[in-house]
Design a protein around this ligand. Structure first.
Ligand SMILES: Nc1ncnc2c1ncn2[C@@H]1O[C@H](COP(=O)(O)OP(=O)(O)O)[C@@H](O)[C@H]1O
Ligand SMILES: [Mg+2]
Length: 405
């Protein structure tokens, strides 16, 4: 079978995808920071303007209070006072008692005057934390001070809203981005599912026809005295093998039947088959805990495929020499764990998840699909889990499969 070299193949796609993700993250962070920065700048501008406006307001009030004989001017000044329709203010007398307020509709609605005064006083405290109250001096004549007044004020609603606006905006955008991403990746994985299932079905279907014809031929040769029966028996084994492959493809292309099996038994069978086909310098060992009978729900042909794939990877990682140890044990919640350990070159921690991605391979002639298939079989068809349990450079790797019992 011809294979594309991995340099030009799918591996690059993953590297590009990762760097693309970083670029998107960086650009969004810049946009977010930029918008917060700019809004803060606007807030500062408006704040300065509001402070100037309130100072003018205070000066005006002081002026009105101290000028009795100029009605024309007073009228103009009153208009200035009225023109403040945004900044909430409370006027207090010398002893800190509120006498008037403006742009605070909540307080205007309080009918009970004692309660209103009470609330106004606590509001004044809040205002004082935000801005130093402005002191106005009332005079009888230029030299005679009659008393003082205080103007408490706070930022207009507009300013407050503007300050929080970018955070709200960014949260909403991030939320929608997240939803969109979920929908996108869901539809992407639905699409991938269709490709897997479709391709598998088609393969099984196409293999079916020549296979049944081959089987008919073998049956014929079995009865033919002139045929070499040794060759016929070998041919028969190959056909059985092809049948297994066809059944795997057809299982992955449909909703597979799960049955309760004794897991150690299935593993022994698969290993017996594999042992004959790999280098004799690979030692297999199988241990079970606590008993030899550990049942789980399986699709036999798919599960065998999983064991085969994991063992083949282990053999590759060990360069054909080493030990493959399989432990089958009962773990929490009655799940059955199958640990497959090798004494190979190991997987770096940063690649523990990556090895399951399609196209990820470190082999010259690898497709990087083996573990993807394994993961699909375990997670989608068995509702189990598979992960790299541990790995150490040049010491070995352990994969763990969790199955429902
Ligand atoms: N037991 C293992 N020890 C070390 N590396 C492994 C092991 N199993 C898988 N890998 C790494 O994961 C990669 C992907 O494996 P796989 O999906 O089976 O694809 P392929 O075998 O075609 O490379 C391998 O190329 C290898 O780098
Ligand atoms: Mg492989």
């Amino acid at each position: 079978m011809a294979k594309t070299p991995k340099e030009s193949g799918t591996l690059n796609l993953y590297q590009n995808k990762t760097s693309l993700r970083w670029i998107i993250l960086l650009v969004s962070t810049l946009i977010g920071a930029g918008s917060i920065f700019y809004t803060n700048y606007l807030v500062k501008q408006i704040r300065d303007r509001e402070t100037k406006q309130i100072e003018l307001y205070a000066n005006t009030l002081e002026y009105i209070a101290n000028e009795y004989d100029n009605p024309g001017l007073n009228f103009t000044l009153e208009q200035i006072v009225q023109s403040n329709t945004t900044i909430p203010v409370i006027l207090a007398n010398e002893s800190g008692y509120p006498v008037e307020f403006k742009n605070l509709p909540v307080f205007a609605n309080i009918k009970d005057s004692t309660l209103r005064i009470h609330r106004l006083i606590s509001e004044m405290q809040l205002m004082a934390e935000e801005h130093e109250p402005i002191k106005i001096t009332f005079r009888v004549s230029p030299d005679e001070i009659f008393g003082y007044g205080y103007i408490y004020y706070k930022n207009s609603d507009l300013l407050t809203q503007l300050r929080y606006y970018p955070y709200i905006q960014l949260t909403v955008i991030a939320f929608f981005g997240f939803i969109a991403y979920q929908i996108f990746s869901y539809s992407k994985s639905a699409e991938q599912n269709q490709v897997w299932v479709g391709l598998a079905k088609e393969t099984a279907h196409q293999l079916g026809t020549p296979l049944s014809s081959l089987m008919a031929w073998v049956e014929y040769f079995k009865t033919d005295e002139n045929s070499n029966q040794e060759i016929v028996s070998e041919l028969n084994k190959d056909i059985e093998r092809l049948e297994t492959i066809t059944s795997r493809f057809s299982s992955i292309g449909s909703v597979p039947q799960l049955k309760t099996y004794n897991v150690p038994e299935i593993i022994h069978e698969s290993i017996a088959y594999l042992e004959k086909r790999v280098s004799t310098r690979i030692n297999f060992s199988i241990t079970t805990f606590p008993t030899n009978e550990l049942y789980a729900k399986l699709n036999k042909s798919l599960f065998e495929w999983v064991v085969e794939n994991l063992c083949k990877n282990a053999v590759d990682a060990m360069g054909g020499i080493g030990d493959i140890r399989i432990k089958i044990l009962r773990v929490n919640d009655g799940q059955i764990a199958v640990d497959i350990s090798d004494t190979g070159k190991g997987i770096p921690k940063s690649k523990f998840n990556k090895v399951f991605q399609p196209g990820f391979t470190t082999k010259k002639r690898g497709w990087g699909l083996g573990l993807t298939l394994v993961k699909r079989i375990i997670e989608n068809y068995h509702e189990g889990k598979i992960f790299v349990k541990s790995s150490e450079n040049d010491k070995g790797t352990t994969f763990r499969i969790l199955l429902k019992s």
